[in-house]
Write a protein that binds this ligand. Structure first.
Ligand code: E4P
Length: 217
């Protein structure tokens, strides 16, 4: 499963990238606002740092506007994936931008039928939002499972990009189901390394070696 980082914070992307944990980056208008940066400048910096796909989201709501914005965002770098919302206009824009050979990430997907439409429109990625479904007591993981089943039934090549990941369990379940990509905030990716038994075991090992008075260096 590929790891994308869901942030526009350059330092955090760089830190994870040094460990080989970053196959791509996703941003959205809220993450750009949070960064306090100019969308074009920060997206360019991210694209210079990361060779994988970097999603940058359009803000127009009509297909023509989305296409124009998508083409402009794509001028930033070759690894831009234009992010469009899963609306009828977004699907139209997806189809047109794909004709221009651009990567397109169809975002804000909350149902398997929406994901089916994204695949038929030729999306490079579809982004089902797990956490936001869980927030309203719906089953985000079941959605990923349904999309995996449907895409495999018909051999769709659109990659399932599990988004709105909030917990390490989301990551585990997505990997089990076979999501192609997951995008998570840096904190969730770092938390994947944590286990209380690792901490306990390490404390005992360190205490025991100290009792022997030995040092390696
Ligand atoms: C994905 O591309 C989105 O930017 C993101 O995962 C949304 O996550 P949130 O629901 O935690 O805002």
């Amino acid at each position: 499963m590929k790891f994308f980082v869901d942030t526009a914070e350059i330092d955090q992307i760089a830190e994870l990238n040094e460990l080989g944990m970053v196959d791509g980056v996703t941003t959205n208008p809220s993450l750009i606002m949070k960064s306090g940066r100019d969308i074009t400048e920060v997206t360019k910096e991210i694209c210079e740092l990361i060779s994988g796909p970097v999603s940058a989201e359009v803000t127009a709501t009509k297909a023509d506007g989305m296409i124009a914005e998508g083409l402009k965002l794509a001028e930033i770098a070759e690894n831009i994936a234009v992010k469009v919302p899963l609306t009828w206009d977004g699907l139209k824009a997806c189809k047109e931008l794909r004709k221009e050979k651009l990567m397109v990430n169809v975002t804000l997907c909350f149902s398997a039928n929406q994901a089916l439409l994204a695949a038929k429109a030729g999306a490079t990625f579809v982004s089902p939002f797990l956490g936001r479904l869980d927030d309203i007591n719906l089953d985000g993981i079941a959605l990923i499972d349904d999309i995996r089943c449907i895409y495999d039934n018909y051999g769709f090549e659109t990659e399932i990009l599990a988004a709105s990941i909030r917990t390490v369990n989301h990551v585990l379940e997505c990997a089990r189901i076979g999501a192609d990509v997951m995008t998570a905030p840096p904190k969730v990716i770092r938390n994947l390394a944590n286990h209380p038994l690792t901490d306990q075991g390490l404390a005992v090992f360190l205490a025991d070696i100290e009792k022997t008075g030995q040092k390696i260096l």
